[in-house]
Every structure is written in C-alpha cells, then in structure tokens.
Design a protein around this ligand. Sequence first.
Ligand code: NAD
Length: 342
Amino acid sequence: MILVTGGAGFIGANFILDWLSLHDEPVLNLDKLTYAGNLDNLRVLDGDPRHVFAQGDIADAVRVAGLLTRYRPRAIINFAAESHVDRSIAGGEEFIQTNIVGVFRLLETARAYWSNLPPEERDGFRFLQVSTDEVYGSLSPSAAAFQESDRYEPNSPYSASKAAADHLVRASYRTYGLPVLTTNCANNYGPCQFPEKLIPHMIVAALNGQTLPVYGDGMQVRDWLYVKDHCKAVRRVLEAGRPGETYNIGSRDEKTNIEVVRSICRLLDELRPVDGGYEKLIKHVADRPGHDVRYAIDASKISDELGWKADQSFEAGLRETVNWYLAYPAWVERVRSHAQAV
Ligand code: NAD
C-alpha cells in the first residue's frame, strides 16, 4: 500500500485515479478536505476496496502515526498543501501551518515509523515530496531554464512555504537518512482543477459570460504541463529516483498568460460558440504583487536518468481540459459549494 496525502485535491486525485488504473496496489488517501479538496474527484472509486479514505491533517502526528501503524505503507507521497498564490498573498498563515509545520510533522512521524521497520522494508521505504518550480523564483525572458542546482529564490508566501518544506525534506535525508525524493514541477492543468487557478478560472468565467481578468500585460511566461504527465513523472521518481535527489518536471511548453487565455477563447469559439466570440471578455487588471515574470523547467535530469518525458502537447491537453469542463458543469457547482461550506 502507498499513502497519498492531499489525494482529494487536483493533482492528488488525478494521481490516485491513474495509479489505480495501472496497479492493484491499494492507496490510503489522507486529506483534510479543505476548500480545495473534494471527494467528488474520486467518485468513480466509491466502493472500490483499493482506495481507503481517511480525513485528517498531515500536521496531526497522532492521527498520521495511527494510520501508518495500521496500514503499513511502503511509501508516502505528499501532495497535501495550500497551493494558491493569491490566497497566500491575502493571508499566509494556513500556508505556514500546512506547508511548513505540516510537512515537518509528517516527516517526523514518517521517520519514527520508518526507523522501526524491519531492514528490508526500511530499505525500500520512500517519502516523496511534491514541490513546485516556483521555489526557484523568477527568470528573465532570456535566462536558462531552472536546473535542480539553482538557488532557491521564492517570491510569494506560497513559494516561500514550499521552499521551506523542501529544505526540511532535504535535512531529513542528510541528518537522519530518511529515504526522501523531491519533485519540482511546472504549472499543471487538466481535469478536476479548482476553478480559482488560471486555466479553469478562465474556462468557467467565459462559459458564464463573465470578464476574463488577466494580470497586468499578461506577458508572464509559464511552463505548462498536463496533469497526467506530472502523475507519470511522480510514479517514475517513486519507482527509480535516487534517495536524497530532487527532480525537475516540465515540458518546455512555455506560454504567456495572455496566449493561454486567447487559446481558451479560440477553443470555446469552436466548441461552444457565442455571438461576438469570447475574446471580448478579456480585461487587463492590476498585476499581482511580486508577480514572477517567467518560469521554465530544464527537465533533462529526469529525462536522462529516469527516461521520463511529457506525452501531451499543450494544444492537445488544453483541448481535453476545455472539453472536460464543458462535460462536467455540475462538478464546478459542487466544488464551489463545498468551498463555501468549509
Ligand atoms: P490543491 O489545492 O488542488 O489540493 C491540495 C489538497 O491538499 C486538497 O485536497 C486539500 O484538502 C489537501 N490539504 C490541504 N491541507 C492539508 C492538510 N493540512 N492535511 C491534509 N490534507 C490537506 O493542490 P494541487 O494543485 O493538487 O497541488 C498538489 C501539490 O502539488 C501541492 O503540494 C502543490 O504545491 C504542488 N504543485 C502544484 C502545481 C500546480 O500547478 N497545481 C504545480 C507544481 C506543484
């Protein structure tokens, strides 16, 4: 069995669905069910004994220790986090609690469990921390893409909290020998992403005839990765990554935010046409404070060492994503009402 934390969120849910479509190894899913976590994402697994759900906080050491003793997972994959930059700017406290204190407690609890395992299980145990490229800060338009050896220069409370977590993960390896792996991934998009993030936000707003707010001039560059490609990379790192190492994950599908929004408009013009088209809804708004100019990932390490590369192009992945949001309007309503209720 593996323990996935944050498995009711966007990437965690996609990871569990993919995992169970490929393996019969069960998944214990520990999730606090914050505004961003929703079991609706995993509804197709209702009644499937390979998915065990436990509601709880990664910072609750007693709860986590009890689950580890009971289910004896061979690995922990930590997706649990507060993940939205704008929310971290509005108030960073939850980000510190989950992304730093929570990760510290999860590491300590994992270490106590791991150190009492029989030797052969100890050797095979892994703690995989899912992190972000945002820890590296911002690139100028012509700078080389982020490499694993780059200095950490986080610019938002979100990225600073993720950077702190990465350091704690590294320290657990160097100080105690806990077999950790860290992945730093580019911006994800795909099905089940909470509609506050750029791509689902624009799709849902456009379908409702609302304005499409673009920060500043919209020239911020992001390296976009389809969520299923991220999940595949995490599986590969879990399987063959070297303990103590970090792996950058990205596709070099660099796009400006305004290009992304225009692409969504063009797809909707084709798939759900309206009079006058969707681009007229675009409105430039005041830029986000401390907004990073550009992220780009050099993924040559994971490609050379582990043979991973992205399968999905941005064009194909975006089309699939837009089609998914068109097919599941009720999902959007349900996750929004859950978010208001918590
Ligand atoms: P998300 O916000 O959609 O989901 C986070 C999940 O974690 C939710 O289900 C939430 O209920 C759960 N959670 C939050 N606090 C918790 C706690 N204290 N204990 C247990 N569960 C808790 O986030 P996401 O976009 O799926 O991101 C998952 C991970 O991937 C995060 O660590 C994020 O930093 C990282 N990441 C995300 C992206 C991206 O583009 N979304 C890119 C790179 C890395």
